[in-house]
Structure formats: C-alpha cells, structure tokens
Design a protein around this ligand. Sequence first.
Ligand SMILES: [Zn+2]
Length: 201
Amino acid sequence: MMRRFLTILSVLFLLLCVLIWVRSHFSADTLSLVRTGIDKPHDHGDISNAYQITSGCGAIRFEFRESEDRNRGTDLYAPEEPPPPKTTRLHWFASSPRFFDVERSTTGPGWRREFAGLAAGRETYMGNHAGSDLWYFEMPLWVPAVLLILCPARRTCSSLQRLHRARHNLCLTCGYDLRASKDRCPECGNPIPPPGVKNTT
Ligand SMILES: [Zn+2]
C-alpha cells in the first residue's frame, strides 16, 4: 500500500517536473519568501532575507539572499525613522527566461562551482549603504525527473518479472523452475500457490 502510494506520488511529481520543464522555456517562474525587519546583533540597519525557487531555461535554481540596507537607522540618513516593520511575504512572479539566463550567468564577487550541469555558488556585495550575501544552487530539471522515474520504473520491472515467472511456472520469489515441484519451492522454501490463485507475497 505504502509502495503504491509512493509510486503514485512519484508519477505525479514527475508529471509536474515535465510541465515545469516545458513551461521553463517560455517563462521563468519564481516563488519567493521574503522576511523583512530582521534583528541581528551588530547590524547597521534593516536586514531582510529572501528564500527563492526559480524555474527557467530547463533548470531550477534555489537561492538564499540576505540583504542589509544601511541607510535606515543611521543619524545621517534617517534620524527619526522608526525601526523597520517585521513582515513575511510569499509571492510568485514570472519573467522572461532570457532575462533569467542573463541574470544567472552574470556572476559577481564570490565563488561558483559547476559539475555535470549542477552549479553552486556564493556572491557577496558590500557597499557603503547596502550589502547582500547570496547563496545559490542550480540543477537541470532532468535531475529530479530521473530520480522520480526510479520508483515507478522499479515497480514496473518487478511487475513484469512476476508476470513472466507466473506464466512460465517459475517461483515468484526466486525464479526457480517449479514444473517438477509441489507445495514448496525447493530453492527458497516459499509455498507454491495452487493454480489460479494469485500470489500476492
Ligand atoms: Zn523460490
């Protein structure tokens, strides 16, 4: 039951993956969770965090960005400004895949590692009035698709194998030839189901 549920779930996610892959060539979609007004010891102003997932150009990119606006809270720029409000906002937006491609290939100061289409990196900007620290991980959409196909593929193979064994009078468990056997499989000891009874073990 659990295995069947996992298989159905895998197939559904696989279909979703294919849909996202097709769509990613026409539109770059971003789901973003932004938190503002984060307090940190020794910060200079207003810190905000953004967790982002973007699909575009057949790839999926995960990002975490911490930004700091140093204008706020300093005497020089905003002496009377109250502390920034704490907010959490989830939003979705679409942009052009071309724009996404340019954005992800323009690397700033930091590091980037690439391997077999996967990429990970960090970009840090530190200005006088603002700074940001970005971590990202990127992979082609075929990577999750291949992982998701494993479960249903394994189940299909084992169903085909059982069908083959049942048709050729072989033990369903170990594949031993049962034509000369009765009651139990001489190889693995499993009981032989009477003809016409479906063995579900
Ligand atoms: Zn057997």
